[in-house]
Design a protein around this ligand. Structure first.
Ligand code: UD1
Ligand code: UDP
Length: 377
């Protein structure tokens, strides 16, 4: 069996690494195709090194660009590789432009697509990620839904066949790396931070960074936080902050540590030891509930509603009063803190990667891993 993985950004590398490892453990070496959507050392190569994914077969160097340009160039380059390599299945993960390009290029060559983390919906079609998720799911033959809720979302869109609820491979990644991070990373010492005495913040979503008004609201929240905060800044946000003269404002804040994006081990160490997390990231919302750290999400919706329902995550949007209210409550109300921190992880047991690989191998052996002409609705 010849599986091919197509990925291009930081979270895809992290969440696919356990699936790649699960194939390798069964003696199958998958083809690894990196689109190059993320290309800075600290957005890509550092993860390949830390997660020991050193055998990238194709680097497509797609780079940055508008939505259509990035997706289109990725499709053209992916198609060339797939025609040459003829894999039995293509695996993509999540909702980036790389995922959409990979899924469309593959299915049109009649190569079946397996979508890891299928069925997530924010129900906000103005987000590029929502469009990518919907289209990738509908182009896929095998849909690995992390939760029952994701499966229900697919059902509501008529996708009933080929759906498997397997958990989210982010749990696998966290369990495989949290202890290594604890031992290897010196991030706490390096940044002069003490466990449970600081907040960890990330923000990079288009809806928060592209609008000046929203980015200013974000900066205002960060400046007002009543505890130390470390913010590893995504290059997209760094660029915008500098363009708008807001970087210096943040740098002047005596409670604020700005840093370039961190490697996975440093980030996990800082996340596990944080008092609380503020984020607009999808993966970070998931990791927080896995690591028992309360999460306040700087968005008005989430495609991870399971975390909110479980009680580990609160949507605060970019509303300063609401955000500060919950930060203060977490700092002052022990019972409230404990409840949020102890919320149950809804993403499974850390064996999602193994399950996905087992399913794919069984389908392959039964001759069922192929693009079907119709899907029953
Ligand atoms: C992409 C995904 C988003 C995901 C995020 C993970 C899409 C539509 N968005 O957003 O869902 O949450 O990755 O981090 O696919 N840049 C650099 N260096 C890099 C990469 C990007 O400087 O290595 C800068 C460039 O100015 C670029 C901008 O960041 O234009 C945005 O990058 P892009 O890959 O288009 O989207 P992300 O915001 O990273
Ligand atoms: N992450 C990291 N270093 C950082 C910020 C995030 O290693 O400086 C990891 C984080 O642990 C999570 C993933 O990157 O696993 C989330 O990626 P991101 O927020 O870029 O994308 P999203 O999940 O929102 O698509």
């Amino acid at each position: 069996m010849k599986p091919a993985f197509i990925f291009g950004t930081r979270p895809e590398i992290i969440k696919l690494s356990p699936v790649i490892r699960a194939f390798e453990q069964r003696g199958i070496k998958p083809l690894l195709i990196h689109t190059g959507q993320h290309y800075d050392y600290e957005m890509s190569k550092i993860f390949l090194e830390e997660l020991e994914l050193d055998g990238i077969d194709y680097h497509l160097e797609v780079g940055s660009g508008s939505q259509a340009r990035q997706t289109g160039i990725a499709m053209i380059k992916i198609e060339e590789v797939l025609i040459k390599e003829k894999p039995d299945v293509v695996l993509v993960q999540g909702d980036t432009n790389t995922v959409l390009a990979g899924a469309l290029a593959s299915v049109k060559l009649k190569i079946p697509v397996a979508h890891v983390e299928a069925g997530l919906r924010s129900f906000d079609r103005t987000m590029p990620e929502e469009i990518n998720r919907i289209l990738a799911d509908h182009a896929s033959e095998v849909l690995f839904a992390p939760t029952d809720e994701a499966m229900r979302n697919l059902k509501n869109e008529g996708i009933r066949e080929g759906v498997y609820v397997v958990g989210n491979s982010i749990v696998d990644a966290v369990l495989q790396n949290a202890q290594i991070a604890e031992e290897k990373s010196d991030a706490l010492e390096r940044f002069g931070l003490k466990p449970k005495q600081y907040a960890l913040l990330t923000a990079h979503r288009a809806e928060n960074t592209d609008s000046e008004e929203n980015l200013k609201k974000l900066v205002d929240i960060i400046k007002s936080l009543p505890l130390r905060v470390i913010y590893p800044v995504h290059p997209r946000t760094a660029k915008r902050l500098k363009e708008l003269g807001l970087w210096e404002t943040l740098e002047r804040g005596k409670n604020i540590i700005l840093t370039k994006p961190l490697g996975y081990l440093d980030f996990l160490k800082l996340q596990r030891n944080a008092k609380l997390v503020l984020t607009d990231s999808g993966g970070v919302q998931e990791e927080s509930i896995i690591l028992d750290v309360p999460c306040l999400t700087l968005r008005y919706n989430t495609e991870r509603p399971e975390t909110v329902r479980a009680g580990g995550n609160i949507l605060v949007g970019l509303e300063k009063e609401r955000a500060l209210h919950y930060v203060k409550k977490l700092l002052e109300d022990e019972e409230f803190y404990r409840k949020m921190a102890n919320a149950r992880n809804p993403f499974g047991d850390g064996k999602a990667g193994e399950r996905m690989v087992k399913i794919l191998i069984e389908l392959y052996e039964r001759g069922e891993l192929k693009v079907k002409s119709s899907r029953f609705i």
